[in-house]
Design a protein around this ligand. Structure first.
Ligand code: GA4
Length: 335
């Protein structure tokens, strides 16, 4: 059993390794080669089995990744007093240890921004002492390329599910009102916590993502773990040239529970810091989130009450990280 304790001095959750075996590496992660014609079926299988997979042979240019990564490293290396000027994250901006608005904390600092509204890059640029246009361009190049890849994945997914038209999911991300979010997470090396009898601090506590799809890229540092259906946590071996994709709550609803949004978390370590960039593809606020009629077989009825993304998001942002946010929207309280 994992025991969470809160050290008095910093109120940070730790994992007590005395009472749990370190999770093993999950070496059977489905790997989707986007250039292969059979990838559409493999994506469906991965979403059904794990709600999680790794993508290789994507066409996101390495230069976009490196450029944004180096800007992020410069930002996070700035003095805390400077970085705090780009906060607080309410929800957008610079955040340090506090996650969301309901009291969750982790050994992480981050920048959270919305991809569709005019964002105040000035706040970040002034911390770095650079022209805001440089940051805006680095974020835009990266997010545009990752969004394109996410749409390609969602179209293959629709093809694999034999849904027509195949843009049912991707059009929600392409919509100019798409409520998507982008996040840069920095997990500094955790301090020597031997005194707490533990090897890892929780960087980002367990949770599912509320949106449709999340696409993550990290540096070569481990830390990401996913919860498999058998109830065990597994560590995801890092791979800085690939992307990791997970099913979000909204995609779970649109497939009437056929795909499950996967619980994941990040643990820190005392050897190397971790930097990740995540694109969360979400629908427009007014969009109804409901099972696609073409996926309902025979007499099958929706497992969920009717709701819009606005309603779900509002409720999600009030919840605690580890909560099962969909429960409130289920008709029969199944999951
Ligand atoms: C999880 C996915 C995204 O990182 C995020 C997170 C958001 C936040 O950091 O403000 C939330 C979390 C996330 C779900 C529950 C609420 C809201 C923190 C939290 C406790 C930006 C999102 O969209 O939902």
């Amino acid at each position: 059993m994992v025991v969470l304790t809160e050290p008095d001095n910093d109120h940070l959750p730790i994992i007590n390794n005395n009472s749990c075996k370190s999770p093993s590496f999950f070496n059977d992660i489905p790997v989707i080669d986007l250039s292969k014609p059979d990838s559409k079926n493999l994506i469906v299988k991965a979403c059904e089995e794990f709600g999680f997979f790794k993508v290789v042979n994507h066409d996101v240019p390495m230069e976009f990744i490196s450029k944004l990564e180096s800007e992020a490293i410069k930002f996070f290396s700035s003095p805390l007093s400077e970085k705090l000027k780009a906060g607080p994250a309410d929800p957008f901006g610079y955040g340090n240890k506090q996650i969301g608005q309901s009291g969750d904390i982790g050994w992480v600092e981050y920048i959270l921004l919305s991809t569709n509204s005019e964002f105040n890059y000035q706040k970040f640029a002034s911390v770095l002492g650079v022209n805001p246009e440089n940051i805006r361009a680095a974020v835009n190049d990266y997010v545009t390329a990752v969004k394109r890849m996410s749409c390609e994945i969602l179209e293959k997914l629709a093809e694999g599910l034999k849904i027509h038209p195949t843009n049912v999911f991707s059009k929600l991300l392409m919509d100019e009102k798409s409520d998507s979010v982008f996040r840069l997470n920095h997990y500094p090396q955790c301090p020597d916590i031997q005194e707490f009898n533990a090897k890892n601090l929780i960087g980002f506590g367990e949770h599912t993502d509320p949106q449709i799809i999340s696409v993550l890229r990290s540096n070569n540092t481990s830390g990401l773990q996913i919860l498999l259906k058998n109830g065990n946590w597994f560590s995801v071996p890092p791979d800085q040239s690939s992307f990791f994709v997970n099913v979000g709550d909204s995609l779970q609803v649109m497939t009437n529970g056929r795909f499950k949004s996967v619980k994941h978390r990040v643990l820190t370590n005392s050897v190397k810091s971790r930097l990740s960039m995540i694109y969360f593809g979400g629908p427009p606020l007014s969009e109804k989130i409901a099972p696609l009629p073409s996926l309902m077989e025979g007499e099958e009825s929706s497992l969920y009450k009717e709701f819009t993304w606005f309603e779900y998001k509002k409720s999600a942002f009030k919840s605690r990280l580890a909560e099962n946010r969909l429960t409130l929207f289920e008709k029969f309280g199944t999951s």
